[in-house]
Design a protein around this ligand. Sequence first.
Ligand code: SAM
Length: 284
Amino acid sequence: MQEKLNLDNYKQAIADLYTGRSQTYDKTRDNDDWHWQIANRLVEYGQVGLGQNVLDIATGTGHCAIASAQLVGSEGKVIGIDISSGMIAQARQKAANLNLSNVEFQLADGEKLNFPANSFDRIFCSSAFIWMSDLISALSLWRKLLKPGGILGIHAFAETAFVGGVVTQKIAEKYGISFLMSKPTGTIEKCQNLLQQAKFESIEIKVEQEDSSYISLEKAKRMWAGSEHPAPGQYPSPLSQLSSEQLAQAKAEFDAELEALQTEQGIWNDITTYYVYGQKPCVS
Ligand SMILES: C[S@@+](CC[C@H](N)C(=O)[O-])C[C@H]1O[C@@H](n2cnc3c(N)ncnc32)[C@H](O)[C@@H]1O
């Protein structure tokens, strides 16, 4: 099993970010189960059945993989892959603690997978799709790995989601800087188009907003992207173009914009979430 990947600078920065977060990843939000809940819903709506083979791409600490392993039974098999060795170590530990023998975790790039074509009944990618460098190529590769009739389930956020990201984009634009963030998957139409371009059929998209809530001003201010933090689909971070003086000025403008959004209840943080499913045609 490969335990060292040759990653480009963009992917190495992502792997380092998540390895750094891996010990606390399952408890980083106010709601401790936040990522787990999304992954669990992605698997639930994906109708995983007994005896199926499931691939969880960018598995992180193994949320989709472990949820799937509990559904496929001893005849089924689940593989979780990720570029972060720290996240893979956490996932392996969790599966061992649960005595799951039908799931394994591998260090691998979701855009360079060597599994045989037609291997999986289900492929999931939760909270990670926008990190892929080439979304259409990634989807096409995943379609190839699905069995005919197999289903891909990806989770994405609307471009209106996360007040900190939306305000960061707005401020960055004043400096002539464009962030991608959730824009590539940011609407139902964009998700639909991506899967259509990758030749999926029977595309279904569920939209949920129940994780949206008011948050404190302090929490919103912590959502500033900063210049060091990797940005989905962009390397280096767009903010690294700014001088330190411009960065300080932009952060001050970000804080002021958030202060203007504050209400008695706090700041509204939209978390519109898409659960996107597509089927590999039975006859190609
Ligand atoms: C926000 S976490 C999501 C983890 C997990 N899927 C979940 O639902 O909690 C994003 C994960 O994507 C992984 N990742 C990013 N790009 C990747 C790639 N090209 N191949 C595999 N994993 C990748 C990161 O290492 C990180 O573990």
